[in-house]
Design a protein around this ligand. Structure first.
Ligand code: NAD
Ligand code: DAU
Length: 360
């Protein structure tokens, strides 16, 4: 039975990944989830699996060397899947240091602990150990509107403190592979959407605001492009890279699904209109009149687009969920999880929202 150490498993992608893995492997694997439970971490995301005998939750900060070392000495870890990070660009613009701490220092601590646990006296590693570092396409910077894609060979050119800190963490993983022959892979993925996404990110924020009859804030001219991928397709890609990827390689993961932000917002409004029954009082309030253009994000990257050619050719992974279907599934999930939304938007979220969007 293989033991996975998942970091940041109480967040959006990490919790979807844990669900994916238990659905696929059942009792054949064991998962230890280490998460500091920041504002973005939520154990409600894992309620349905928390009692499994092959699942353990450890509340710890990945920068805490002792706590992370203890996990490695008390357990024979076979796989590390490293999601834990500060992940929101707008927050990084307001508070960069916390991003450097978690994303760079936290990754360094994790690499060191895994290396110490897996390295043999002769400098080689115990058999069948692997570390997968989950990263982002934002490390590649911004593309022109009229063409081009991010490839694994595209030079790094991060613009925000978030993407710079992720680029730093990628470089650390690369340095461990080059210097110590450390058994790792890096994946760089485009924008994810789906269940359990915290409503500071565009899609859940727009769904939540529209259902509450609140303004739908669009940064700048709304024509920035992102390449959207349904989160379960990302979870599957990570598992496939772990099982079939060549060690030491980077794989780009993307949805082949470029959309301008304003298109996304129109699609959400239209889909909500289709899905809400006429008897629902919220239906009349979900209109295009809610769209509000606001001040642009500082250093706002214009366009991201991944070329997922390598992962398709070498591993056979392709995005499976069409955007129209994925957005309906996501909205349906939010309809069925109103309590979840209430819980995550209570308290600190209100303060963040007022400050970020300058509302009184
Ligand atoms: P998220 O913000 O939803 O979750 C992050 C998780 O990490 C939370 O559970 C949080 O509690 C935990 N965490 C934060 N700091 C920690 C610390 N110091 N120690 C332990 N745990 C800590 O993020 P997400 O959107 O699920 O992203 C997960 C990973 O995927 C990140 O590394 C991110 O850079 C990467 N990524 C995200 C996207 C996307 O579209 N969301 C796309 C590509 C890559
Ligand atoms: O590309 C992968 C990245 O995608 C991940 O690495 C990040 O963790 C993740 O947060 C995401 O970053 P973005 O900055 O692209 O996502 P966000 O949802 O914050 O914004 C998507 C686009 O929508 C972006 O162009 C900014 C815009 N936007 C966002 C918000 C929150 C708005 O116009 N209005 C908003 O209120």
């Amino acid at each position: 039975m293989r033991t996975y150490l998942v970091t940041g498993g109480a967040g959006f992608i990490g919790s979807n990944y844990i669900h994916y893995m238990f659905e696929k492997y059942g009792e054949q694997i064991r998962i230890i989830n280490v998460d500091a439970l920041t504002y973005a971490g939520n154990l409600e995301n894992l309620k349905d699996i928390e009692d499994r005998s092959n699942y353990t939750f450890v509340k710890a900060d990945i920068c805490d060397k002792e706590a992370i070392n203890r996990i490695f000495t008390e357990n024979e870890i076979d796989r590390v899947v490293h999601f834990a990070a500060e992940s929101h660009v707008d927050r990084s613009i307001r508070e960069p240091e916390v991003f450097i701490r978690t994303n760079v220092l936290g990754t360094a601590v994790l690499l060191n602990c895994a290396k110490a646990a897996w390295e043999k006296e002769d400098g080689s590693y115990k058999e069948d150990k692997r570390f997968l570092h989950v990263s982002t396409d934002e490390v590649y910077g911004s593309l022109d509107e009229d063409g081009g894609y991010f490839y694994e060979t595209t030079p790094y050119a991060p613009h925000s403190p978030y993407s710079a800190s992720k680029a730093g963490s990628d470089m650390l993983v690369k340095s461990y592979m080059d210097t110590y022959h450390f058994p790792a892979n890096i994946t760089n993925c485009s924008n994810n959407y789906g269940p359990f996404q915290f409503p500071e990110k565009l899609i859940p924020l727009i769904i939540n605001n529209a259902l509450s009859g609140k303004k739908l804030p669009v940064y700048g001219d709304g024509r920035n492009v992102r390449d959207w991928l349904y989160v379960m397709d990302h979870a599957k890609a990570i598992d496939m890279v772990m099982e079939k990827g060549r060690l030491f390689e980077t794989y780009n993961i993307g949805g082949h699904n470029e959309k301008q932000n304003i298109e996304i917002i129109h699609m959400i409004i239209e889909t909500l209109q289709e899905m809400l029954p006429d008897s629902d009082p919220r239906k009349a309030k979900v209109t295009k009149e809610l769209i509000t253009f606001v001040e642009d994000r500082k250093g706002h990257d214009r366009r991201y687009a991944i070329a997922p050619d390598k992962i398709k050719a070498e591993i056979g992974w392709e995005p499976e969920t069409m955007f129209k279907e994925g957005i309906r599934k996501t909205i349906q999930w939010f309809f069925e999880h109103e309590e979840w939304m209430k819980h995550v938007t209570s308290g600190d979220y209100q303060k963040y929202y007022r400050e970020m969007y300058r509302e009184d």
